[in-house]
Ligand binder design. Sequence first.
Ligand SMILES: NC(=O)C1=CN([C@@H]2O[C@H](COP(=O)(O)OP(=O)(O)OC[C@H]3O[C@@H](n4cnc5c(N)ncnc54)[C@H](OP(=O)(O)O)[C@@H]3O)[C@@H](O)[C@H]2O)C=CC1
Ligand SMILES: Cc1cn([C@H]2C[C@H](O)[C@@H](COP(=O)(O)OP(=O)(O)O[C@H]3O[C@@H](C)C(=O)[C@@H](O)[C@H]3O)O2)c(=O)[nH]c1=O
Ligand SMILES: [Mg+2]
Length: 283
Amino acid sequence: MSVLIFGSSGQVATELGRYAPDATFLDRAACDLSDPGNCVDAILYHKPRAVINAAAYTAVDKAESEEELATLINGAAPTQMARTCEGLKIPLVHISTDYVFDGTGDAARLPNEATAPVNAYGRSKLVGEDGIRDSGCVHAIMRTSWVFSSHGNNFVKTMLRLSETRDSLNVVGDQIGGPTPARAIAYAANAMAEALIADPTRTGTYHFAGQPDASWADFAREIFRQAGRSVTVNDIPTTDFPTPAKRPLNSRMNCESLKNFTLVRPDWKAALTNVLKELEVIE
Ligand SMILES: NC(=O)C1=CN([C@@H]2O[C@H](COP(=O)(O)OP(=O)(O)OC[C@H]3O[C@@H](n4cnc5c(N)ncnc54)[C@H](OP(=O)(O)O)[C@@H]3O)[C@@H](O)[C@H]2O)C=CC1
Ligand SMILES: Cc1cn([C@H]2C[C@H](O)[C@@H](COP(=O)(O)OP(=O)(O)O[C@H]3O[C@@H](C)C(=O)[C@@H](O)[C@H]3O)O2)c(=O)[nH]c1=O
Ligand SMILES: [Mg+2]
């Protein structure tokens, strides 16, 4: 029996190929999660020993005008996955987000603190979390943040692209969080699946974010520093960068309970160096 993974070409799904090479990966063509019944059929057909959900609707601004679709993919589908896993008594590892929090204050949030998403994407992800917790299945809901890798869409690639035509950029300096390498998320998700098979009492909600916490402006500066690109980053307040979706200011997450899985917060600056090498921006 192998592990079944929803997602194939996304940032985290791509990296899972490294740690779970024998797993079955389902792309959108094999299982379109906008029809949540499809994931029930897939799990019953494959009869895996665990399920990892690395698929999601991740277009934060677009979700404001497509909340229904985002909620099917991020809410209803993971709920159906969890109910099916409960029926088969197999664990589900699911990836969620810092955007389930409202971002008030400046303390690092614990996994059991109150959620209150400020945008449609966050609300859709919270529906999925609640559905999984209510299902009774053995699970790890891993909340992560600010994911980057050498493939797919992410802030690192956006900054590198902008640097080709700009020598200064305005970047928000008052949203603080943990940039997280997709590779580390994939390692952790696979480790959690195996650990839950061995010991279901580890079921629960966990935080997994890269360290140290930084603003998007700090993140941008480090990208340009490592890439050797001379782009001036001007810190601006969120109010000066209007977007369709509101974003939380404080995305700090307390990750201490990762010790249940003998995992620690990954160092995002070191991982950034690897990603820049993979992109052949540096040697
Ligand atoms: N990106 C980020 O900054 C963050 C992401 N997360 C969470 O981490 C997880 C992984 O994110 P990441 O790897 O960055 O996401 P990506 O956007 O890179 O990939 C999303 C994946 O979901 C798949 N997908 C989208 N719509 C559907 C659908 N209707 N049916 C089936 N599959 C679909 C995509 O498939 P296809 O290639 O066919 O489009 C793709 O493989 C998600 O749960 C996300 O919410 C949490 C915090 C931050
Ligand atoms: C391109 C650009 C963005 N920004 C800001 C906008 C935003 O506040 C921040 C990051 O922009 P992005 O569009 O990459 O961010 P966003 O897509 O909101 O990233 C989020 O994605 C989802 C899926 C998550 O789950 C979150 O953890 C988080 O990673 O930077 C600037 O200030 N200047 C710029 O030139
Ligand atoms: Mg984005």
